[in-house]
Design a protein around this ligand. Structure first.
Ligand SMILES: [Zn+2]
Length: 175
C-alpha cells in the first residue's frame, strides 16, 4: 500500500510541476503522513491522511514563485479523495545549505553537479542547445541551471540571442 501511495503522490506532483518551473526552486518533495488525533488519552479511530508538500526556494524567490508552489499543491490535492488533507510548506534556504527533502523527491536543482562537470563538458552543454523562439540550434545559453526531474537530468538556460528559456535533456552515460 505504501509503495502505491508513494507512486501516486509522485505521479501527481510530477504532473503539477510539468510547467515553467521557477529558477529559484531548489527542491520539491512529497510524502504522506498519517495523523492520529489523541483525545483525552484515547486515539481517535479515524486517522487523518495528510499529504506533506514541501517546496524549498533560494533567496531570490518572489511571491509569484511561492504561488507556483501553492498552485501545484492545489493540483495535487485535487487528485485525491476527500479523506486526504494537504500541508503545504514553502521555505527559503541559503544556497550553501543542503535543502530539506521529504521521502519522494520530485524536483531537485543540482548546482554543484553542473559546476563539477569538466570545463569542456560545461562548454559543450551551454553551446549545444535548441531555441524554439529562434528556431535554431546552438544559439548558446546564459545562466544555465542543471536539475533532476522525472528521473532525468536537464539544463535550462536563456538563449544568448533572444533570451527565451531553453531546455536541454542531458544524456547520462552511467545508469
Ligand atoms: Zn533564441
Amino acid at each position: 500500500m505504501n509503495e502505491n501511495i508513494d507512486k501516486k503522490l509522485t505521479n501527481s506532483a510530477e504532473q503539477a510541476l510539468d510547467n515553467e518551473i521557477p529558477d529559484s526552486l531548489l527542491s520539491a518533495s512529497i510524502e504522506l503522513k498519517i495523523c492520529k488525533d489523541k483525545w483525552f488519552g484515547i486515539f481517535n479511530k479515524k486517522a487523518k491522511k495528510e499529504i506533506q508538500w514541501l517546496c524549498v526556494f533560494d533567496k531570490t524567490a518572489t511571491e509569484n514563485d511561492f504561488e507556483f508552489g501553492e498552485i501545484a499543491g492545489s493540483e495535487i490535492i485535487a487528485d485525491f479523495s476527500s479523506e486526504f488533507g494537504i500541508n503545504e510548506m514553502f521555505e527559503k534556504n541559503d544556497l550553501n545549505q543542503d535543502s530539506r527533502v521529504l521521502k519522494n523527491v520530485i524536483y531537485q536543482r543540482l548546482d554543484s553537479s553542473f559546476t563539477e562537470r569538466e570545463t569542456e563538458e560545461q562548454k559543450w552543454i551551454i553551446e549545444n542547445n535548441y531555441c524554439e523562439q529562434c528556431e535554431k540550434t546552438d544559439t548558446g545559453l546564459n545562466s544555465p541551471i542543471e536539475y533532476k526531474f522525472k528521473g532525468k537530468l536537464y539544463v535550462k538556460g536563456n538563449c544568448k540571442v533572444c533570451g527565451n528559456s531553453c531546455l536541454t535533456e542531458i544524456e547520462t552515460i552511467d545508469d
